[in-house]
Write a protein of this length. Structure first.
Length: 64
């Protein structure tokens, strides 16, 4: 995936970097890179999803 950022001559570099960071956060590029950092077996992925679902149910019905 390419992120193209056009800047005008004489434009402040801080402003350009801010726009770049906003584009990256909107495109979820960082999440995608972290996701592919290591291979997770499908069985481990199912187990992680099950653990997250149990936690959500626990938090939904727990009394504070």
């Amino acid at each position: 995936m390419k992120l193209i950022l056009k800047s005008n001559k004489g434009e402040d570099i801080d402003k350009v970097l801010k726009l770049y960071r906003q584009k990256i956060s909107k495109s979820d590029l960082i999440k995608e890179v972290k996701k592919h950092k290591e291979y997770i077996k499908p069985s481990q992925n199912k187990r992680n999803n099950l653990i997250q679902a149990r936690y959500k149910q626990f938090m939904k019905y727990s009394i504070y």
